[in-house]
Design a protein around this ligand. Structure first.
Ligand code: GTP
Ligand code: MG
Length: 292
């Protein structure tokens, strides 16, 4: 009998969850960046192995905070934990222990589901690894800590095996050959956001979202034309995202098109604009509709 499971990937912001998801699936499924809270949705990526199928659910970094937007992201983590049969807990080996790890461990224990623990970024020199390893063994009550590097793709075969071992028997949930169930619209918006994060700094990456306003097939269905708005919170941020003579927005557009070319087998053309939606992170109707 084949194995089959939904596997929630959880951990602190910037632990490398999305990088790991992409490495496990062998495809770019989820966007990544050095800025915390890059992931804002449950992003599914599918791994087909001889022994079975794992459907990973990438989640926003777990971060306890009073802010409405952060609370919404935390709710997304809770719902992913609930939907999954196996939990993949990712810890950043380069950071000292934080209160968040204790909170995440408590959360994982509450679920009473198999937990597989990956200590990520083991390619980097760090002084915290021993301390983390000892703490995790003791507190997470796990026999094994899988030491991996999502960027160097080391330790992943053992990790996959551990996840499959922990999974129940069952039929595949998606046809073979699928590696994500995201719509093209979502993936295009995410790629644009990733490139915008990479070209901006300070508070701007956190204040950005991408509104897909129009999509149309052109050239007998050979080309997808897209109009999207990079949306920020203030007029001053709009100026920064556009840049002197439109330089920044131009670079974001070029970076996005380059990436989209790798992801889609049809041509995409992009009309990219910038607009302001004041305090959008406080708007319930918007965050509940967009980040699920
Ligand atoms: N050195 C090293 N860096 C890594 C590794 N995995 C991820 N990173 C880097 O860590 C940063 C965060 O990676 P992400 O994959 O976006 O982290 P995340 O946990 O998904 O972050 P959020 O979605 O914001 O919670 C990026 O700059 C990655 O390149 C790794 O194995 N080694
Ligand atoms: Mg992420």
């Amino acid at each position: 009998m084949m194995k089959s499971a939904f596997v929630a990937i959880v951990g602190r912001p910037s632990a490398g969850k999305s990088t790991l998801l992409n490495a496990l699936c062998g495809e770019k499924v989820s966007i990544t960046s050095p800025v915390p809270q890059t992931t804002r949705n449950k992003v599914r990526g599918i791994l087909n192995e001889e022994e079975g199928q794992l459907v990973f659910i990438d989640t926003p970094g777990y971060h306890n905070s009073e802010r409405k937007f952060n609370q919404h992201l935390t709710d997304i983590v809770y719902s992913a934990l609930e939907e999954s049969e196996v939990l993949l807990y990712v810890v950043d080996a380069t950071r000292p222990l934080g209160k968040e790890e204790e909170e995440i461990i408590a959360l994982l224990h509450k679920e009473k589901k198999p937990v597989v623990l990956a200590l990520n970024k083991c390619d980097s020199p760090n002084e915290h690894r021993n301390e983390l390893r000892a703490f995790l063994r003791l507190n997470a009550n796990l026999e094994r800590v899988y030491e991996i590097s999502a960027t160097e793709k080391t330790g992943l075969e053992e990790l996959k095996k551990a996840l499959l071992d922990a999974s129940p028997e069952g039929p595949a949930m998606y046809p073979e050959g699928y590696y994500t169930d995201q719509t093209p619209e979502f993936r295009i918006a995410e790629v644009i956001r990733e490139k915008a994060i990479a070209r901006t700094s300070e508070e701007i990456p956190h204040c950005l979202y991408v509104e897909m306003s129009d999509m149309e097939w052109r050239n007998d269905g050979k080309e997808l034309w897209v109009r999207a708005f990079l949306t920020v919170e203030r007029e001053s941020q709009k100026g920064i995202v556009i840049g002197k003579g439109g330089q920044v927005i131009k670079a974001i557009r070029i970076d996005a098109l380059k990436e989209l070319k790798k992801l889609f087998d049809y041509k995409i053309s992009l009309d990219l604009r910038v607009k302001v939606n004041p305090k959008w992170r406080k708007k319930d109707y918007l965050i509940k509709g967009m980040f699920t």
